[in-house]
Design a protein around this ligand. Structure first.
Ligand code: C5P
Length: 424
């Protein structure tokens, strides 16, 4: 890789001392590194250290170097911006586009890829405000590295530790390489070059020209997944069943209404797809026959019996066939109140459907549907709980896609790792 002009933003968390390792590794790799610490960062690590390691002067003050228009010059010249550690405060400022210090100005004045390595206490990382801010940044194409799970500054441990410097450096340089290799019209991200099929919404099974059997799915979670996948560089085919929300931009949208229409589109789109996410709520049954005319009320008080026939299970159909190279992600909306039972239902459903991942969420009269928030458990192969996520549907979408990306990477590695020679 030819030498890059790299801005390393350092913000005010204890992990700032580890950022010195990021700067050093980038300099040793031959890059020209300009460190922009916040005032807070300088309480943890001294300017002389940063100048010595980066081999460049270090500036923080917005009102220094005005003659050379430094507040925008640093960002304009950058090929890559790495912010490590990124505190919850800086993440919030970046999400809002605040520019009240040199780092904020540098980011806003730059068109370079941005890679952030969050570091904070677990509660702050899990706070809905932080989750929403991270989702916003990801949707804008920011690459988020970590945080890792482990010992934090105090006696506590959990997700929130800054990723190790070598992991951050590798992710940052990969990101530049991905940007460079992607076609000019091709957005970059960790799903760049991948085809992702998402089904969303709820199917409707007509009874007559004016009535249908349907469900309460709004399609919001599926759309959030489609949008998130697109912002992470994927080519997205969205198979939309009766959406109650605006169509997302930039997806190949295929509208359907019934389960059979959805099946036809999904099966066709799944050919050659890297990922199929079945977020749609598909009717399990449809009326045996559809009346051509509106069904009239009987003059007697007798009830009406509808005869229904099973719809094909689309996910189970895909899962029952070998599907090398296609990751199948199913959803299970359950009303089970007990968490352990909910996870057990998810495990059983993943197995029964042959899905690679199953996302379980609790639904009820006031939970799940139409809401802008969601809480899910993702079950992986061998039944492990791979992740739990809650927050806005967009932030949950990104958390699910994190698992998808990691599965795609692991599978690719498994496919390319040379096998040990057989003992003779
Ligand atoms: O069995 P259940 O409906 O709970 O399973 C939900 C999962 O299966 C979802 O991913 C849904 O999209 C998918 N499904 C399907 N075809 C059906 C019913 C559900 O693909 N007929």
């Amino acid at each position: 890789m030819s030498p890059l002009n790299i801005v390393v933003g350092i913000t005010g968390g204890i992990a700032a001392y580890k950022a010195v390792g990021v700067v050093r590794a980038l300099v040793l790799a031959g890059h020209d590194v300009h460190v922009v610490p916040t005032e807070g960062a300088l309480r943890f690590v001294g300017r002389p250290t940063l100048e010595a390691i980066s081999r460049n002067p270090v500036h923080t003050d917005l009102y220094e170097g005005v003659a050379e228009v430094r507040h925008v010059a640093i960002g304009q010249a950058a090929d890559l911006i790495v912010i490590a550690p990124a505190t919850a405060n800086t993440i919030a400022k970046l999400a809002t586009g605040l520019a009240d210090d040199l780092l904020g100005n540098t980011v806003l004045a730059s068109e370079a890829p941005v890679v952030i390595a969050p570091a904070m206490h677990t509660e702050m990382w899990r706070h809905p405000a932080t989750r929403a801010n991270i989702a916003t940044l990801r949707s804008r194409g920011v690459t988020v590295v970590g945080p890792a799970v482990g010992q934090l500054t105090g006696s506590d441990s959990g997700p929130g530790r800054m990723a190790e410097p070598e992991v951050i450096v590798a992710a940052a340089l990969d990101r530049v390489a991905a940007s460079a290799s992607a076609a000019a019209h091709h957005p970059t991200g960790d799903l760049g070059g991948r085809r992702v099929v998402v089904s969303a919404g709820g199917t409707r099974e007509p009874l007559d020209p004016v009535r249908f059997l349907g469900n309460r799915s709004s399609g919001k979670q599926g759309i959030a997944i489609a949008e998130a996948a697109r912002s992470r560089g994927a080519e997205v085919i969205l198979i939309a069943a009766n959406l109650e929300v605006a169509d997302p931009e930039g997806c190949d949208l295929r509208r359907v209404s019934t389960a059979l229409e959805l099946r036809d589109e999904v099966v066709a789109a799944a050919q050659g797809a890297d990922v199929v996410v079945m977020a749609a709520a598909v009717a399990d049954y449809r009326p045996v026959s559809v009346s051509d005319a509106k069904i009239k009320k009987d003059t007697s008080d007798a009830g009406l019996t509808l005869e229904l026939v099973r719809n094909p299970d689309i996910l189970a159909g895909l899962g029952s066939e070998p599907h090398p190279g296609t990751l199948l992600v199913g959803f299970a909306a359950e009303t089970e109140p007990d968490d352990e039972h909910l996870v057990a239902l998810g495990r059983a459903k993943r197995e029964a459907k042959g899905a690679d991942l199953l996302v379980v969420n609790r639904v009820g009269w006031n939970e799940g549907f139409a809401s802008d928030e969601n809480a899910v458990v993702v079950i992986g192969a061998n039944g492990d709980v791979v992740t739990r996520a809650h927050g806005t549907k967009l932030s949950v979408a990104h958390d699910i896609l994190d698992v998808v990306v990691s599965e795609l990477t692991t599978t690719a590695r498994a496919a390319t790792t040379p096998k040990e020679p057989e003992p003779t």
